[in-house]
Design a protein around this ligand. Structure first.
Ligand SMILES: Nc1nc2c(c(=O)[nH]1)N[C@H]1C(S)=C(S)[C@@H](COP(=O)(O)OP(=O)(O)OC[C@H]3O[C@@H](n4cnc5c(=O)[nH]c(N)nc54)[C@H](O)[C@@H]3O)O[C@H]1N2
Ligand SMILES: Nc1nc2c(c(=O)[nH]1)N[C@H]1C(S)=C(S)[C@@H](COP(=O)(O)OP(=O)(O)OC[C@H]3O[C@@H](n4cnc5c(=O)[nH]c(N)nc54)[C@H](O)[C@@H]3O)O[C@H]1N2
Ligand SMILES: [Mo]
Length: 801
């Protein structure tokens, strides 16, 4: 068949040699933030032959990441677990897994979960998840499949996306606003409704590598080719930063200071949009007064960027019409991220860039996409007395009420102390918790979870987490082995929806939602029978596109369905349930001064606090650990702890890298490729030096996610999970005041060339990282703007406590 004309191409056809080609989209598994890239899957005689990018996809146009291109190696990897397995509780840590049937696996789960629920209550079960793979959409997993209120995204301080989403909800009454890259418009960048932004700001986000949160990274480059200027706020020199017109190379964790100074410049120089501010914003005067305490000269000291550079950047952003800001993970991974986010939202607001073509777009609450009540679907089925038992609710209502999950740090506390109650079992659904991913202080999690009554896991490969902790292993399908749906942006502000189409079967693997359904039927039947009865496909339709008039059957025919979002919805009443113009907040305006923050005891205005460990806040710690450590910047080959067993991916990045500046490496006698021992007051790990000028002297960057599938899997070695575990250096319970944020991207450390003995100590079972005492946020502890005697942010100025 000849498909030179792409429009109207069917979703599936058979080529002359019998190869069946299916168009669809990718999501999990393997991991991917839902960008919904178009794929073509070639299958011959029931076997996957190859994956190609679908050139007909209206946005991704055939471009595809390396993890999709190697999907065949993932699919048929000899180590992949393709049948359910069980193991006796006393054999945890030993490779004594036995194949069993789904029926038997579910039987074991039903028996144990039933016993725990009856004896101790459903809340004593935790359902742990990692990032936005299909399963993480899943309050559903915890609430509906299991019937516990304690779903838990296990990263300390929910330091990924949660802060961004919540801040936006509290200040604007809307989901997190992504940059408008015309993803929903049929004409794309040339659509008459669209305007190419004059500037794009990547703030603590590197979408070309990460495609984070559904922002297709190549779109930024497309727009740059069409004239958009690029600004990067990033302490490292990435490929995109090198391309940028403005690169603000700030000290990690100082984003709020930079944001305040940019606001101050824009306000002081009268570069803001008076009309938008007058009509739609609340609290401008108070904001102006607050940010005046952080002039560029002061921020310059804090951030390590010349004041004039900050002012120039502020002017350039304010004068670009339209302009948009993509803010990323680095904002979440500080304790001051709520305020940094508040600054970024304020920047977008006072320059009039909200919901304009080429600016930052908001969700239309009347287009049906909001009806699916993303996390609420399972939540509303829980009895009230269970909802009140979520761990962390009392201490952190701003977190728990918004995310509808247990607070991650308090969950570890509960495991360690039995307060507020004893936990009896954990379901690990899409998190390799012990790897340096979601856990801060992984050995503490390990010790706290290894003796629980019953743990089980859904995954694709045998991971350190499954090997160490679980009694049942449920094998999960990849994205080409199941019918499902991918909404970009987790459905928050989806530009388009696409169909995941089942092309092959592998072993007895089961799609994530199919497992929720089948497991839910036996362990939480009331949520799946009677009025709540549904088929797995109805469940998927309802969950992802309920209310929009879409479903998988229709999507499959269209392959990708774009959604036109109207602009300036504060004028049209499409942001408020009452249909009135304005924003869905208490004042009806976009709150630059936040009453919601105030109601949680948080400052209604942005402020700057030092990272909990920095040369300024803890000069005595910095004397011992003088290097500033940022971690986990994404790279192309891997998604978190995945992919280390895929040969092509491992060839790209064979070892856990530690980026160190040439001068620092030279001073310590370290050469490119040397193993180094990296250490701070919380722990240590071993990484391989990458000597590079991408980091400035004094700054180092460590990869996260490392374990070694080729090594011995049994405890205590657990595939070498302790060796290069950078999260051993990340403290527990150092969160922002609302409970959000943790300093994954702004810590202190020191390092030296590794010696052979360093490799001998890494597996010692039961040795905890030096712990942190339970930390209660102290309002006055780190705040610089409360200090009247401010002289400049050098350690000599005496800021440290
Ligand atoms: N130091 C440091 N640590 C970090 C970060 C950092 O920047 N620095 N980033 C953090 C961030 S933002 C996040 S979100 C976390 C991510 O942390 P996690 O999401 O917990 O990442 P993984 O450890 O890769 O665990 C995912 C597991 O799920 C499996 N999996 C993949 N797809 C599916 C699926 O569809 N279903 C099921 N059931 N399983 C699946 C994978 O095989 C893997 O074993 O890591 C955090 N950790
Ligand atoms: N290939 C791949 N893609 C992924 C993932 C993956 O593991 N692999 N993970 C997914 C997940 S869960 C997430 S949350 C997203 C995250 O994706 P992004 O939001 O893009 O975040 P990162 O790549 O962690 O960091 C972005 C940039 O922030 C910089 N940075 C470090 N510290 C600071 C700081 O203090 N301030 C500022 N302004 N910048 C800083 C880093 O140098 C880096 O270049 O990626 C998703 N996509
Ligand atoms: Mo994340």
């Amino acid at each position: 068949m000849d498909f030179d004309n792409d429009i109207g191409k069917p979703w599936r056809w058979t080529e002359e040699d019998g190869t069946v080609v299916t168009r669809g989209a990718a999501w999990s598994a393997p991991g991917c933030h839902p960008t919904g890239c178009g794929i073509k899957t070639y299958v011959k005689d029931g076997r996957l032959v190859r994956i190609e990018g679908d050139e007909n996809h209206p946005v991704t146009k055939g471009r595809l990441c390396v993890r999709c291109l190697t999907l065949k190696d993932f699919t048929y990897h000899p180590d992949r677990i393709i049948y359910p397995m069980k193991r006796a509780r006393e054999d945890r840590g030993l490779d004594k897994w036995e194949r069993c049937s789904w029926e038997e696996a579910y039987g074991i789960i039903a028996e144990n979960v039933g016993r725990i629920k009856e004896k101790y209550g459903a809340e004593t079960l935790l359902a742990m998840t990692g990032t936005g793979r299909m399963t993480q959409m899943a309050g559903v997993g915890a609430h509906r499949a299991l019937g516990t209120p304690n779903g838990c995204y296990a990263q300390s301080g929910f330091a990924c996306y949660g802060p961004r989403v919540s801040i936006t909800q509290y200040l604007l009454g809307a989901p997190y606003p992504e940059i408008d890259f015309a993803g929903g418009l049929p004409g794309g960048y040339d659509d008459p409704q669209y305007q190419v932004p004059e500037m794009i700001v990547q703030w603590g986000k590197e979408p070309l590598v990460s495609n984070g949160d559904g922002l297709f990274g190549h779109a930024v480059l497309d727009l740059v080719k069409r004239g958009a200027k690029l600004m990067c706020v990033d302490p490292r020199l990435t490929w995109t930063c090198a391309l940028a017109d403005y690169h603000l190379q700030l000290r990690p964790g100082t984003d709020a200071a930079l944001g305040m100074a940019m606001l101050d410049t824009i306000i002081a120089e009268d570069l803001y949009d008076h009309d938008f501010v007058d009509k739609w914003c609340y609290g401008f005067e108070q904001l102006a007064e607050r940010v005046a305490t952080m002039p560029a000269e002061r921020a310059a000291d804090i951030c390590g960027i010349p004041a004039e550079e900050i002012k120039e950047a502020a002017r350039a952003y304010a004068n670009a019409k339209p302009a948009s800001i993509a803010w990323g993970l680095a904002i979440d991974q500080t304790v001051n991220g709520a305020q940094a986010g508040q600054c970024i939202l304020s920047l977008i607001a006072i320059t009039g860039n909200f919901d304009v073509p080429g600016g930052n777009i908001l969700q239309d609450i009347f287009d049906g996409s909001g009806d699916k009540v993303v996390a609420g679907l399972g939540w509303k089925l829980l009895p009230d007395e269970l909802k009140e038992k979520v761990i962390g609710l009392e201490e952190y209502p701003a977190y728990v009420n918004m995310m509808l999950r247990a607070h991650a740090d308090r969950a570890l506390d509960a495991l360690e102390t039995d307060i507020p109650y004893k936990i009896h079992g954990i379901w690990f659904g899409s998190t390799n918790l012990l790897a340096p991913t979601c856990s801060a202080q992984p050995k503490r999690w390990y010790n706290a979870a290894k003796d629980l009554d019953f743990n089980w896991v859904n995954d694709i490969f045998m991971t350190p987490t499954a090997m160490a902790l679980c009694d049942v292993f449920l094998p999960i399908s990849s994205c080409i082995e199941q019918d499902s749906i991918v909404p970009t942006h987790y459905g928050g502000t989806p530009n388009y929806y696409s169909a995941l189409n089942k092309c092959i079967e592998v072993g007895e693997c089961k799609g994530e939602f199919y497992n929720y359904h089948d497991m839910g039927l036996i362990v939480n039947p009331s949520a799946w029978t009677g009025d709540n009865a549904c088929t797995p496909m109805e469940f998927i339709d309802d969950y992802f596109v309920g209310g929009t008039g879409m479903n998988h059957a229709k999507l499959r025919e269209e392959v990708t369905h774009q959604r036109v979002v109207g602009y300036r919805k504060y004028e049209t009443g499409h942001l408020r349930p009452d249909g009135m113009p304005g924003f869905n907040t208490m004042t009806g305006r976009l709150e630059l001064y936040s009453y919601a923050f105030q109601s949680f005891g948080e400052d209604p205005l942005p402020y700057y606090v030092e990272p909990p460990f920095s040369p300024v806040s803890t000069p005595e710690v910095a004397e011992r650990y003088p290097f500033i450590l940022t971690t986990g910047a994404r790279e192309y080959a891997y998604f978190h702890s995945e992919g280390r067993q895929i040969p092509y991916l491992r060839e790209l990045v064979p070892e856990p890298l530690f980026e160190v500046n040439e001068a620092d490496a030279r001073a310590k006698g370290i050469k490119d490729g040397d193993w180094v021992r990296v250490e701070n007051q919380f722990g240590f790990c071993l990484l391989v030096a990458k000597v590079t000028n991408a980091v400035k002297p004094g700054l180092v960057h460590a990869q996260h996610g490392w374990w070694f599938p080729e090594e011995d899997g049994e405890a205590p070695h657990l595939f070498g999970v302790w060796k290069s575990n950078i999260n051993s250096l990340v403290p527990h319970s150092r969160n922002g005041k609302l409970g959000f944020g943790a300093p994954y991207k702004c810590l202190l450390c020191d390092f030296r060339k590794a010696v052979p003995e360093d490799f001998e100590n890494v597996d010692v079972e039961g040795v905890d990282q030096p712990g942190m005492p339970k930390h209660k946020y102290d309002d006055n502890f780190y705040r610089l703007d409360k200090d009247e005697s401010y002289q400049g942010a050098s350690p000599a100025a005496g800021e440290g406590e």
